[in-house]
Design a protein around this ligand. Structure first.
Ligand SMILES: C[S@@+](CC[C@H](N)C(=O)[O-])C[C@H]1O[C@@H](n2cnc3c(N)ncnc32)[C@H](O)[C@@H]1O
Length: 227
């Protein structure tokens, strides 16, 4: 009998359980070891250098945020989803599971660290979802530049200073009603992003959800003549 949701299939469930366990076992020590690093104390650090420091850290969305991503992608019957910041593909797995249940589509994912790209591809293969994901290795500002629309949904979960430029780059290809989920909104570096999304002139209706480290969920309504 078919499971009600692909999230309940043994391959997806077992893969997510293993990845969340590995993240819980390893991430706290990595993050603690970097506590005094200049990059964690506000000093500007180039995206690639930061990714190298975090090469073994999962930094995943929590399970409830993963569930939210599945719900949003299912709710808008997404076919094309863009993900900025893939790491070991935990969030990607939730998004791809929704695509499977929507009848197909593609997550265009992007990750800067080559070793993480390899591990993410393996994890997606283990979950039986590799056919629904294209991982573009490199800097999102380059890898997502030539993307074809229309885009139904975007997840922003890379380094925080790039949420706004990456979203603005994708904006011309958002379809009306596209959903944007931005994780880690409690990070003060995301104030300019929140301000932009909450200014109605910019074409979004937006709300902050108290899940995990806080998630901003926004709907692209466009910059038409609001009268
Ligand atoms: C918070 S983690 C992503 C976690 C992932 N979404 C999950 O739930 O499993 C952020 C990831 O974004 C990647 N990243 C940061 N800046 C990037 C950029 N400019 N282009 C592509 N990837 C980037 C980092 O290497 C890191 O692996």
């Amino acid at each position: 009998m078919r499971a009600t949701s692909t999230l309940q299939s043994p391959a997806v469930k077992n893969t997510l359980d293993r990845l969340f366990q590995d993240a819980a076992a390893g991430d706290p020590a990595i993050i603690a070891s970097l506590r005094d690093h200049p990059a964690r104390n506000g000093a500007p650090t180039e995206a690639a250098a930061m990714s190298e420091l975090m090469r073994n850290a999962y930094l995943p969305v929590p399970r409830e945020v993963g569930q939210l991503l599945y719900i949003l992608a299912s709710g808008v019957r997404a076919r094309t989803i863009v993900e900025f910041g893939t790491s070991f593909a935990i969030s990607t797995t939730f998004l791809a599971a929704a695509l499977r249940d929507n009848g197909g589509g593609k997550v265009i994912a992007t990750e800067l660290h080559p070793e993480k790209v390899k591990r993410a591809r393996q994890n997606l293969a283990d979950a039986g979802l590799a056919d629904l994901v294209e991982i573009r290795e490199g800097d999102a500002r380059e890898t997502l530049r030539d993307l074809e629309g229309p885009i139904d949904m975007v997840l922003l979960d890379g380094w925080k200073d790039l949420y706004l430029p990456v979203l603005q780059m994708l904006e011309p290809r958002l379809r009306p009603g596209a959903l944007i989920a931005a994780d880690n909104m409690s990070n003060k570096d995301l104030r300019p992003y929140a301000d932009y999304l909450n200014d109605p002139q910019n074409g979004y209706v937006s709300v902050l959800l108290p899940l995990g480290d806080k998630v901003e969920v926004s709907c692209w309504v466009g910059r038409g003549d609001a009268g």
